[in-house]
Design a protein around this ligand. Structure first.
Ligand SMILES: NC(=O)c1ccc[n+]([C@@H]2O[C@H](COP(=O)([O-])OP(=O)(O)OC[C@H]3O[C@@H](n4cnc5c(N)ncnc54)[C@H](OP(=O)(O)O)[C@@H]3O)[C@@H](O)[C@H]2O)c1
Length: 277
């Protein structure tokens, strides 16, 4: 029961790889071992390994980089899932394509469910949306947002580090979405891999916020001074691509499928705070 993971060196891919390694055989080639832009290389790998599930965590996630180099963005974000869906056609394999809240334009104040029509406003969002379509009708497309990894300086740890330094703690407050803790996403990926669900699934922790509000919650729980939290000047963020101002996702399919709901991000934050204190 081999699981093939593409993008195993990335923020999400590292956790997905170690999670599935605890339960089954995992093949997780790096870009030094396989050219992810070559359909032939993917075909050779997939025909040799015959994975029961392919989880595609590989993408070009540099939103501003994608805006400057749409060709490379298309190769990773659209052509790769296209090639994966084509080469698994002849074996009994299920594709999980990881996608993003950036497929939406953000012109709303109500969380988007899976029925809402996407309307990307960046090359990253466009190429990821094309990648969802390219993954084909049999794939599970899991859209998520603001991924927080357990194994690196995530926003909770970053904000705690910020409080240790003197002066204001500058954070963006111009976007609202749902922080998503990867450890809460892993069981959802497993569940949809097993059920071979066809279609789009929104999967984020509950609770919409911006990074200033998020930091205020941490300040309140750790006796730090919330007045030190200051919104970043947008021009200091040096953004090239447009971002959706509001891209919270509503996990309607998870509710409909009667899958254990993903907890509120506050609960995930409190768990981390308990561990670090
Ligand atoms: N991060 C977020 O907050 C977020 C939010 C919503 C959705 N997502 C989605 O979640 C998925 C995983 O994101 P992530 O944050 O884990 O991404 P990431 O940390 O940027 O990792 C991307 C992965 O793709 C590989 N990759 C990128 N360019 C490549 C190239 N030219 N050739 C070969 N491999 C290449 C990287 O390999 P190297 O390590 O060798 O570069 C890495 O393994 C993506 O589909 C993303 O769209 C992420």
């Amino acid at each position: 029961m081999t699981v093939l993971i593409c993008g195993s060196t990335g923020r999400l891919g590292r956790s997905v790889t170690s999670f599935f390694r605890k339960q089954t055989t995992v093949v997780a080639p790096t870009r030094n071992e396989i050219d992810f832009t070559s359909k032939e290389a993917l075909r050779d790998l997939i025909e040799a390994e015959k994975p029961v599930t392919v989880i595609n965590c590989a993408a070009w996630t540099d939103v501003d980089g994608c805006e400057k180099n749409p060709e490379l963005a298309k190769k990773l974000n659209t052509d790769l899932p296209q090639h994966l869906s084509e080469v698994i056609e002849n074996i009994d394999s299920h594709l999980i394509q990881i996608s993003t809240d950036f497929v939406f334009d953000g012109q709303t104040d109500k969380p988007y469910n899976e029925e809402h029509l996407p309307n990307p406003i960046s090359i990253y969002g466009q190429t990821k949306l094309e990648g969802e379509k390219a993954a084909g009708p049999d794939a599970t497309v899991i859209r998520t947002s603001w991924l927080q990894a357990p194994d690196e300086l995530n926003m909770v740890k970053g904000i705690l580090e910020g409080f240790k330094k003197a002066g204001p703690l500058e954070l963006p407050n111009d976007r609202q979405a749902n922080p998503t803790f990867i450890e809460d996403l892993l069981p959802i990926i497993k569940c949809f891999a097993e059920s071979r669900f066809r279609g789009v699934v929104h999967a984020t922790n509950e609770g919409t916020t911006n990074w200033c509000e998020f930091a205020k919650f941490i300040a309140e729980k750790t006796n730090n001074d919330p007045t030190r939290i200051t919104p970043s000047e947008p021009r200091t963020l040096n953004r090239v691509a447009a971002r959706p101002a509001f891209s919270a996702l509503d996990n309607e399919v998870i509710r409909r499928e009667k899958i254990q709901p993903i907890r509120h991000h506050h609960d995930a934050v409190l768990e981390i705070l308990n561990k670090v204190n």
